[in-house]
Write a protein that binds this ligand. Structure first.
Ligand code: ATP
Length: 377
């Protein structure tokens, strides 16, 4: 249909970006398709809609010069090929009409710049100016242009690089990783909503720990969620050490993720120990303690949700509840809860109790497998 519409309008069109990438990787059913027209994307969308039997409604986003319609259970987005240039304090580029190559140049990664011809004379031909296919084969995230420019122009791309590396289990090319580290502070011009969108996607990947350790390695995590990086490190006093609560947390997150796709349970796993940094104390007789960290942690969850523009609704309360209880796994497994506030919360958890148990069990498993076995039996 798009071929016919393009021929009717005598313009070139291409399918580009995620659809081509995922098609080559044979990665699930596509949810959206991006079409680039060398000419007016809006006009092409309107033409396509007249040819499609169900005559879909075309949604036009005039400010962006794009249009979208739904067909075959997919969102098909149309845009005119464009050339972009950036100013220092904004991720909104100055846009002018351009060629396909100009449009490929503005893409974030080589694997997202792949295009397939849709006209009669080039139907299905792959246009790959940056060796994106090679990067797909060797599982590499690389930018088409100088990575310092790519990331500085639009710092959201730093999170996208880490997100794609996590979702696809790819490596971020060395120079790119260094450029992200150098440009990390530019993340401050990105809205918190955009940041959390990417964090959610990392969180929903098979192994979220990969994304969080990359965020940590590049210094981005320290800017976005300093509550987590504060957990890193092992202190030793009088020969007594505590565990590294940052790396322990990532272990718990992966553990939970093996058992559930529930986004909020995964968030709870990520945040379950955040109260430990501000409550850490050393006592001569008992060693390291984190007394009250559950309550401090639950309060921190509220502040963090507010800052990151995560919803302050029952989902947040659920995460708070899990954080409040996460350090009482043995008490819960043992059904011997002495703390009345915690006991009340367990009753409140109601049908969520199964999720709660999963979280707790994962925590005990990584913390002390022997003890876990003993209590579980
Ligand atoms: P997914 O749908 O899994 O998020 P996707 O690649 O389709 O993957 P989108 O965010 O829908 O991701 O973007 C579509 C395409 O637009 C990308 O493949 C890429 O070519 C381009 N793109 C998106 N965001 C950016 C950006 N910030 N900078 C440069 N190019 C981008």
């Amino acid at each position: 249909v798009i071929t016919q519409a393009s021929e009717d309008l005598k313009l070139e069109s291409y399918v580009i970006g995620g659809f081509v990438r995922d098609h080559i990787l044979q990665r699930g059913e596509p949810k959206d398709i991006d079409i680039v027209a060398v000419g007016s994307g809006i006009e092409l969308a309107r033409k396509v809609a007249t040819i499609l039997p169900h005559k879909p409604k075309v949604q036009v986003f005039k400010n962006y010069g794009t249009a979208m319609l739904r067909a075959y259970d997919m969102e098909i987005e149309f845009v005119g090929a464009r050339k972009e240039s950036y100013q220092k304090d904004s991720r909104k580029p100055v846009v002018e009409d351009g060629s396909l190559v100009d449009d490929q140049n503005r893409r974030d990664f080589t694997i997202n710049a792949l295009a397939l011809g849709l006209n009669e004379d080039n139907f299905g031909n792959l246009l790959d100016p940056f060796d994106g296919i090679e990067d797909l084969n060797s599982k590499i995230i690389r930018t088409p242009l100088d990575p310092d420019i790519t990331y500085s122009d639009d710092p959201l791309r730093m999170l996208r690089a880490i997100r794609f590396a996590t979702q696809l289990n790819f490596k971020i090319e060395k120079e790119s990783l260094k450029a992200i580290t150098r440009n990390k502070k530019r993340i401050k011009i990105i809205s918190n909503e955009r940041i959390t969108d990417e964090l959610h996607k990392i969180m929903l990947a098979e192994k979220p720990s990969k994304g969080f350790s990359l965020l940590h390695k590049t210094g981005l995590l320290h800017i976005i969620i300093p509550e987590l990086t504060a957990l890193e490190g092992i202190d030793e006093i009088e020969g007594q050490k505590h565990k590294d609560n940052f790396w322990h947390t990532l272990e718990v997150v992966d553990n939970i993720s093996e058992n559930t796709d529930d986004l909020w349970l995964r968030w709870a796993a990520l945040l379950h120990d955040i109260g430990k940094a501000p409550t850490k104390k050393f006592h001569k007789k008992i060693g390291w303690t984190f007394h009250g960290h559950e309550f401090v942690g639950a309060k921190m969850v509220f502040k963090l949700f507010k800052r990151l523009r995560l919803p302050l609704n029952e989902k947040m309360k659920y995460v708070q509840k899990l954080v409040l209880m996460s350090s009482r796994p043995i008490a819960i497994v043992d059904n011997d809860v002495t703390d009345s506030a915690v006991r009340r919360l367990i009753f409140d958890a109601g049908e969520d109790i199964e999720d709660l148990m999963t979280l707790c069990e994962a925590d005990i498993t990584t913390k002390n497998p022997k003890r876990y076995k003993q209590y579980h039996n």
